[in-house]
Design a protein around this ligand. Structure first.
Ligand code: AP5
Length: 208
């Protein structure tokens, strides 16, 4: 099962990808997480993309495509995968079609007002990528990771200006992918507005 997760920033793609990956024992491949790990590790790639991510713009296609092409050759991706945050442009989708066959594209649908609420309350454990929300899924102790006890952080691109820019970038560059996958009969819309357990049920139904 080769899955693509589409949807605006903050729609819950990452939250669902973690659960779906565990359920089907397939890897969750998040280009955003890969870029953030490189920024944290101060690698060459990390240095190149830091300012781009902080502002909420897209990393150039060539860099992103090479990274995903390489990741999909790894042994754990041979029996399926979830691509979370890739493709994000038509050239990325065309490139993906050249090196892998997508089984389904799930489109997580959420209105902008909810997106802003979700992103402004998001807290992340940088070591693992575990995600919390101050109201909707708070950690047991405020601002502390449940598993390691380490502090949680606010992503730099969850500041108000960057959120607004990410939504704009999404509309211009990523939304056309909805039609792209619709025209290939691969698209399934998922209402992402209910609580996570309900969204997860909808996702499992869509994949059964
Ligand atoms: P990326 O990390 O992919 O960010 P994004 O697409 O903006 O998505 P998010 O991670 O913000 O949101 P999400 O939908 O995963 O929501 P989440 O589950 O966390 O990309 C970051 C950057 O990397 C990009 O801006 C770009 O610069 C670069 N990049 C990445 N891929 C690229 C590519 N292909 N090409 C070029 N550049 C690329 O949920 C959000 C919050 O809501 C959380 O707090 C969560 O707890 C809460 N929540 C989730 N579900 C629910 C629910 N059902 N009810 C209530 N709360 C919920």
């Amino acid at each position: 099962m080769n899955l693509v997760f589409l949807g605006p920033p903050g729609a819950g793609k990452g939250t669902m990808a973690v659960r779906v990956a565990e359920h089907f024992s397939i890897p969750h491949i998040s280009t955003g997480d890969i870029f953030r790990a490189n920024i944290k590790g101060e690698t060459e790639l990390g240095k190149k993309v830091k300012a781009i991510l902080d502002a909420g713009n897209l990393v150039p296609d060539e860099l992103t495509i090479d990274l995903v092409r390489d990741r999909l050759t790894k042994p754990d991706a041979q029996n399926g995968y979830i691509l979370d945050g890739f493709p994000r442009t038509i050239p990325q989708a065309d490139a993906l079609a050249g090196f892998s066959t997508v089984t389904k594209a799930l489109n997580f649908v959420l209105v902008d007002e909810e997106v802003v609420k979700r992103l402004s309350g998001r807290r992340v454990h940088p070591g693992s990528g575990r995600t919390y929300h101050v109201l909707f899924s708070p950690p047991k102790v405020a601002d502390t990771d449940d598993v390691t006890g380490e502090p949680l952080v606010i992503r730099p691109d969850d500041q108000e200006d960057a959120i607004r820019n990410r939504l704009e970038v999404y509309r211009k560059q990523t939304e056309p992918l909805i039609e792209y996958y619709q025209s290939k009969n691969l698209l399934v819309d998922i209402d992402s507005s209910p609580a996570p357990d309900a969204v997860f049920k909808t996702v499992l139904n869509a994949l059964s």
